[in-house]
Design a protein around this ligand. Structure first.
Ligand code: 5GP
Ligand code: ZN
Length: 136
């Protein structure tokens, strides 16, 4: 399941070289070419899924155990103090490569990254309305 002209299909399947830190039959984990911090890595499924909406459940259930394993390894080897998992879907959310991937971003003191969000201030009634919109 590959997509023509998808750079992450080519990287995941070894057609384009990458700095691979883990590989198995279904996944390749590589260093990001333009890292946010030292050790910033990407988990790529070898099959092509455009985003979370298209990801198979079978692949989805293997992602978090792999993220945990790689997160532990990165933390032990590089001595970061924490880690962000980030996964963007669609342009509005900052996705630039349309082959599903998960970012592992190690965090260090003074790493000059700001992945904290700006919280909205919603009233209790507004929060209730959102919950009601989502409840089936
Ligand atoms: P997105 O914005 O789609 O969530 O993340 C795409 C990520 O892929 C970016 O962090 C970007 O630096 C990285 N990236 C883009 N092209 C390449 C590439 O050819 N090789 C590697 N290793 N990373 C890439
Ligand atoms: Zn692809």
């Amino acid at each position: 399941m590959r997509e023509e002209n998808c750079i992450f299909c080519k990287i995941a399947n070894g057609e384009i070289p990458s700095r691979t830190i883990y590989e198995d039959e279904e996944f390749r984990v590589i260093l990001d070419l333009n890292p946010a911090t030292k050790g910033h890595a990407l988990i790529l499924p070898k099959n092509h899924y455009k985003n979370l909406y298209e990801l198979s459940d079978e692949t989805a259930q293997k992602i978090l155990p792999l993220a945990k394993k790689m997160g532990m390894l990165i933390t032990q080897r590089l001595g970061c103090e924490g880690l962000n998992l980030l996964q963007n879907n669609n342009e509005i959310a900052g996705q630039t490569i349309f082959h599903f991937h998960v970012h592992l971003i190690p965090r260090y003191q003074n790493d000059h990254q700001n992945l904290i969000m700006n919280p909205l201030e919603l009233s209790s009634a507004e929060l209730d309305a959102v919950r009601d919109e989502l409840l089936q």
